[in-house]
Design a protein around this ligand. Sequence first.
Ligand SMILES: [Zn+2]
Length: 178
Amino acid sequence: MRLLDCNAPSAVRRMLTREQDRAARLTYLQRTGEIVLLVWLLDMISLVKQSHAAAALAANPAVQTSPSSPFGRRVASQVKYLGRFADDLASKGPKSLIPAPAARAKQYPAAAWGTYWAVKRAVAVNEGRAEERNALNVAEHCEECPALTAKGWVPIGSLPSIGARKCGSNCRCELQFR
Ligand SMILES: [Zn+2]
């Protein structure tokens, strides 16, 4: 296995799609009562940490992952949201809301796409790149992303981050730097 190949956006995308399927499956098992909520929460926390770490390391093998780093703070906020998700599942009781909770669970590993591009952008800034532009992938687009793409090259850091647009964690866009 060549490490370089695993760092390509398309490889990260495939990895995150697999993690989304795992998150949906775990949540389905929790809803049908096959795993208790605490086990679901611990498994989801590790899945989310792994997804974000894999995405960040693919973007930059030397990325800082300490709790005080941008990466660490991103993961901490995701874990906090997972706690709220667990509270919601507990209050709704078993066997309710299938498949909505599975769709909600898939958003967590999906959010690591934003982590990947945040780290890529930081690398580009460090390398002295001055401009960025948005690139659409094959997906359903919110109205924001095609408009951002139409702007062409703009100063680096001036486009809204991937994951922080109307499409949220569903965004499939990429950034290019020069
Ligand atoms: Zn988008």
